[in-house]
Design a binder for this molecule. Sequence first.
Ligand code: APR
Length: 233
Amino acid sequence: MKKIVFLTGAGMSAESGISTFRDSGGLWENYNVEDVASIDGYIRNPELVLNFYNMRRRELLKVQPCEGHRLIAGLDDQYDVTVVTQNVDNLHERAGSKKVIHLHGELMKATSSDNPNDARCVVDLSEESIDINIGDKAKDGSQLRPFIVWFGENVPMIEPAIEEVSKADILIVIGTSLNVYPAAGLLRYARRDCEIYLIDPKTVNCPDNYGITYIRKGASEGMRTLINDYLIK
Ligand code: APR
């Protein structure tokens, strides 16, 4: 079975109704990323950060995977597919994708403020327990916090992601501006004979020596084109 690795970003979930970060009207136009998505911001004002993620978690409950998520999940029966995503939503899983690596954490999980990457402290949040409030405790007694990788924190899942990309026969990049490292650096681990496709309605500045095939469309339409014009051979 050929191995396909997807690298997805916020544009993958845009058609589900979740705003991206750097497009016009994006999240970072309305919030200062330093205040709500960095470890320093959390230490400075934990309540502001907890409420920011409570709002995003509530939004996530109202949306569904888009056709693009479903088309990716549908490839599981013909290819060995791994989705490496920068997104913290669970839309790839809800669409049926079996192997998803979250580089920047998961909105529907919570963890310890003292030991955020201690798996014993990571808990699932549900519709019934959707918010995290000041005073909620993790298993180690510290303040419960979102299981999100904030700016200024390590990206523990980058190693498994590099492993997957280095074994890919096909690498498909969808809906990311490739602005944020180490995620954006994953392309350099692709084998020289790996076919690389990039699906985005806008131009993404990317080193041109990767022999990338650009599909200048949105995630869902772009996935239809990819499957019909490139994958079915
Ligand atoms: N289909 C596909 N791509 C789209 C669509 C769409 N319908 N709409 C927008 N895009 C593209 C934009 O053109 C842009 O290239 O999605 C990309 C979104 O880029 P960003 O907003 O920068 O999101 P992302 O690359 O995922 O950001 C990376 O930055 O703030 C951090 O942790 C956050 O994971 C995030 C990381």
